[in-house]
Design a protein around this ligand. Structure first.
Ligand code: CA
Length: 227
């Protein structure tokens, strides 16, 4: 698994490189946005850790150009605590996830695992699995054993988002931006669609639950009867 780290703070970049290498990743580091973008477009990486404040080209510009070039490279955006609104811009321009500095190494590794594990599965087969569930992109079908249901487009997108981010808590803001985009929708829509999905999970008699985490958001979990 090959990671590209784009971070101009050389000490942090070196720490990240050591940490990721100890976890078994192959790591390349770039210290500015321009060379970071060149590298990211090479197609050889499985995931990119991208700082926001960078010389030459900032993280948002790098991300935007990546997506304009139709690159599906999963990106984990690093933002400073003072850049809270920047998180929003980051998600809007196509980041897969963001982490606020300073972060726990464990947190970063969990995000990278979540980002790298599921995307190839979906790209190659169009099917994702979690617990007793199978989610099929073709026809937006959700299966549990012998039972299955067709989801609406929004329900599918939401379920896919949960499955892609299985180890992390998704905030309402995060969900809203990923599914509805920056301009449309409100947090009520998120609640409504979460309740639709919960009803369908219960109809399928799946052990998988969408758990509400107070003041934080939602995450997918396998119930007692799940695997
Ligand atoms: Ca920086």
């Amino acid at each position: 698994m090959r990671v590209l780290v784009v971070e101009d703070e050389t000490r942090l970049a070196a720490t990240l490189k050591d940490m990721l290498e100890m976890d078994g990743y192959t790591v390349d580091v770039r210290h500015d946005g321009e060379s970071g973008l060149d590298e990211a477009l090479s197609g050889i990486y499985d995931v990119c850790v991208l700082d926001v404040m960078l010389p030459k080209l900032d993280g948002f510009a790098v991300l935007r150009r990546l997506r304009e070039a139709k690159s599906g490279l999963p990106v984990l955006l690093l933002t400073a605590r003072s850049e809270v609104t920047d998180r929003v811009r980051g998600l809007d321009s196509g980041a897969d996830y963001y982490l606020t500095k300073p972060f726990e190494p464990k947190e970063l590794l969990a995000c990278l695992r979540a980002l790298t594990r599921r995307q190839p599965e979906l790209r190659e087969t169009g099917v994702m699995e979690y617990g007793d569930l199978k989610l099929e992109k073709n026809g937006f079908v959700l299966r549990c054993g012998e039972r299955n249901l067709r989801l609406s487009k929004k329900e599918y997108d939401l379920m896919e988002l949960f499955m892609l981010n299985r180890d992390v808590v998704l905030t309402k803001e995060n969900i809203l931006l990923k599914i509805w985009g920056y301009e449309s929708g409100d947090e009520n829509s998120v609640e409504v669609y979460i309740s639709f999905l919960r009803r369908k999970l219960s109809h399928l008699r799946s052990g998988v639950r969408i758990r509400t985490i107070r003041m934080a958001g939602y995450c997918l979990e396998k119930g007692p009867e799940g695997e």
